[in-house]
Every structure is written in structure tokens, then in C-alpha cells.
Design a protein. Structure first.
Ligand SMILES: *Cc1c(COP(=O)(O)O)cnc(C)c1O
Length: 394
């Protein structure tokens, strides 16, 4: 196989051709500033409104509750920092989890330096938040609960509706980082009692550098970027019109294809998981078996190093990702894999493969064959494995 097999769709996705096509005229023809008065530019204002409507529609939200941002990280930062600032009169306690994306975790760390107290909820071995632990963590001064909709590493989908109900019962704001879930699984903000939600276009076949934060009407939230009157004066700056058009087109496409994609990807994912677990010994699946994103597979192979595995897979034309130390730029393996209770040495041998709807069974077969060979080769070089096998034989 000479073709590239891209299995890192949780990191980013290919911009869909129809998305790109929708964007191009907003660079070349309709380049006016939406704030300008002449009709040539004013039509750009309308196109932005239309995208807001498309997005709001998929969430059961109102168009004026959608605020465009420069992606998921910005939306996460905005949700936490602005809510903290707007509600600190009520209290300075925030609840989140140990498995959030760094856009949440590092923002929470920053807020800690500003006098906020953060509770990081544990998760179980499948990556699920415990609702009773959440209830116990709530205090009179809790102002915000932020729990991700689905985890980007292990794909586990959290009990968002139940968490939303608990937040509502206690009159606490509820934010969810839905960057991985939005466009993959259905989300309704009212049904789930979500007050704020982050999403990003490049995770759903849209362009990079554009996303949005849903903010429920009535939620007090300060401006994130001061300047012009864009985004209801809350996020200033000339609108990224092509990006917004691309985001809208990607959302429309994702909503229209969601069911078919989920069925196809789940089937392919389960085929991949089954073969890997059956054919490669001393391997485990990370994340919940069923409550998981349709496109996510995450394995730990004992006795090997995820980084070496990625390099060898790359030589075989396969793009994946790992929660091993080198990838994260620190000595510790992924905080998510540690939070689900994996010992360091097992977390180090992990591999995340995230599919898209263009992947085929043939590709999965090739990936399994390559994996079998590479894992065995790496194990043959491992003193730990040699030791283990010697003890097994006794
Ligand atoms: C990718 C990702 C982000 C960051 O989104 P960007 O648009 O890349 O800034 C945040 N949260 C999760 C869960 C993600 O997967």
C-alpha cells in the first residue's frame, strides 16, 4: 500500500471539498468587511447570520447564542475565564475532571493563580466521571462545572445529560468541551442542560482556526476580546468570514452525514479493535467499550514504547498518535491514561487510531498486519519482554 492511511482524525481532519468550495468566494469575491456600510460588504453580515443559524439549529440553540472564536482552545479559555470573572462574586470554586484537554486544564491552573479553587474529578477505569463524586464535590461557592463531552484520547463519552441535571439542580453553570463530540454525535443543549459549549471546525472536516462558543441566553459573561462591536461586543475583531462560512458548511455536512458516518465508522472501528485484541497478545483497549466515539480506538501494547511504534507505523504509511511521554513533551505519559489507572509502563505503550468515513476495511487489514509485525519486532528488542517470556515459560 503506497497510499497514506490517515488515522489521526482526533488531531485534525481533512477540509471537505465542499467546505473549501464554499469558502473560496469569501476570499476572492466577497472580501468586504462585514462592518462596512456599503451593500457589497453588508451581504457578508447576512452570510455570517446564516452560519449562526445553521450551527444553532443543530444544537437546538438560538443563533444569537453562538459566538465565533478562533477554535476550540479559545472557546475553552473564554468559557472558563469569563465565567470565573463574571461569577466570582458568588464564589471561587470550579469543578472539572482529570481527563480534560489541556485547553481546560491549563486554563484552570491559570485561574488557580487568580485565587480560584479547582476540584479535579477522578474517572473510573473506562474514563467515566462518577456522578456521586460530582455531587459530593459541589459546594455553596461552586460557580462552574466543566466536563468534556467526549475524551479526545480514549473516546469515552461522558454522562453529560446527568451532569447537566445536577448542575441545574444546584444552580451552577455547566460548560462542556464538545470539540470531539460535536459533529460526531447528536447534542441538544436544552435536553442536556448545557450553558456553554466549545467546538472547533477543524475536527469536523472544516478549516483550522475557527470555532465557536455557545453561551446560553442569560448567562452573564464578560467580553473576551475588547475592541469593536463584533459578536455582540463580546469578542471583538473583524470576522473571519471565510472561516465562518467553512465552519457553517462543515456543520451542515456533519449533521447531514452523521448517522451514516457513525454506523460506518463504528463497524470499522469494532472490526479493527476485535482483530487487534485477538491477534496481538498483551494488548488492552483503553476507553469505554460502548460509550465511545464512533471513530476512536485506543490501545496499550505491553512491553513497547508508543513513540517507537508511531515511527515504525509512519514508515509503513500509517498516521496515528500516542499518549506516550515524548509526544506530550514531558516525562509523564498522558494524563488521561494515568487517570484511568494505567501504570506508567503500560501507558507508555499506547496508540490512538481515529478513523474517518473514507477509511476502508482493506486499510484496517493492512494496519493490523503492520501492527502485528511492528509490535512483535519491538517486543523482541525489549529486555522487559524477554524477562517476562522467560518467567512465562517456567
Ligand atoms: C482539539 C481539541 C481542542 C482544541 O481545539 P483547537 O481548535 O485545536 O484549538 C480542545 N478540546 C478538545 C477535546 C480537542 O480535541
Amino acid at each position: 500500500m503506497s497510499k497514506l492511511i490517515y488515522l489521526d482524525n482526533a488531531a485534525t481532519t481533512k477540509t471537505a471539498p465542499e467546505v473549501l468550495e464554499a469558502m473560496i468566494p469569501y476570499f476572492t469575491e466577497y472580501y468586504g468587511n462585514p462592518s462596512s456600510v456599503y451593500s457589497f460588504a453588508a451581504q457578508n453580515k447576512d452570510v455570517i447570520t446564516t452560519q449562526r443559524e445553521i450551527i444553532a439549529d443543530t444544537l437546538g440553540a438560538q443563533p444569537n447564542e453562538i459566538y465565533f472564536t478562533a477554535g476550540g482552545s479559545e472557546a475553552d479559555n473564554w468559557a472558563l475565564k469569563a465565567a470565573a470573572e463574571a461569577y466570582e462574586g458568588k464564589g471561587k470554586h470550579i469543578i472539572t475532571t482529570k481527563i480534560e484537554h489541556h485547553a481546560i486544564l491549563h486554563t484552570a491552573e491559570y485561574l488557580k493563580t487568580r485565587g480560584f479553587e479547582i476540584t479535579y474529578l477522578d474517572v473510573d477505569e473506562d474514563g467515566l466521571v462518577n456522578l456521586e463524586e460530582l455531587e459530593r464535590a459541589i459546594r455553596p461557592d461552586t460557580i462552574l462545572i466543566s466536563v468534556m463531552f467526549a475524551n479526545n484520547e480514549i473516546g469515552t463519552i461522558e454522562p453529560i445529560k446527568e451532569i447537566g441535571e445536577i448542575a441545574k439542580e444546584h444552580d451552577i453553570l455547566f460548560h462542556t468541551d464538545a470539540v470531539q463530540a460535536f459533529g460526531q454525535i447528536p447534542i441538544q443543549v436544552d435536553e442536556y442542560h448545557i450553558d456553554m459549549l466549545s467546538a472547533s471546525a477543524h475536527k469536523l472536516n472544516g478549516p483550522k482556526g475557527i470555532g465557536f462558543l455557545y453561551i446560553r441566553k442569560g448567562v452573564k459573561i464578560r467580553s473576551f476580546i475588547h475592541g469593536g462591536a463584533q459578536e455582540r461586543k463580546r469578542r471583538a475583531g473583524t470576522e473571519n468570514v471565510p472561516g465562518i462560512v467553512g465552519l457553517g458548511a462543515a456543520v451542515k455536512r456533519a449533521a447531514a452525514t452523521m448517522n451514516a458516518r457513525a454506523i460506518k465508522e463504528t463497524e470499522l472501528r469494532d472490526y479493527l479493535i476485535k482483530r487487534v485484541l485477538e491477534e496481538i497478545p498483551y494488548t488492552r483497549l483503553n476507553g469505554h467499550a460502548v460509550k465511545r466515539l464512533p471513530n476512536n480506538a485506543n490501545f496499550s501494547f505491553r512491553f513497547i514504547e508508543g513513540e517507537s511504534l508511531l515511527i515504525r507505523l509512519d514508515m509503513a504509511g500509517i498516521c496515528g498518535s500516542s499518549g506516550s511521554a515524548c509526544t506530550s513533551g514531558s516525562l509523564d505519559p498522558s494524563h488521561v491514561l494515568l487517570a484511568i489507572g494505567l501504570p506508567h509502563e503500560i501507558a507508555h505503550g499506547s496508540l490512538r487510531l481515529t478513523l474517518n468515513e473514507e477509511n476502508t476495511k482493506e486499510e484496517m487489514d493492512y494496519v493490523v498486519e503492520q501492527l502485528k509485525e511492528i509490535v512483535q519486532n519491538l517486543r523482541n528488542m525489549s529486555p522487559l519482554y524477554e524477562d517476562f517470556m522467560r518467567k512465562e515459560k517456567k
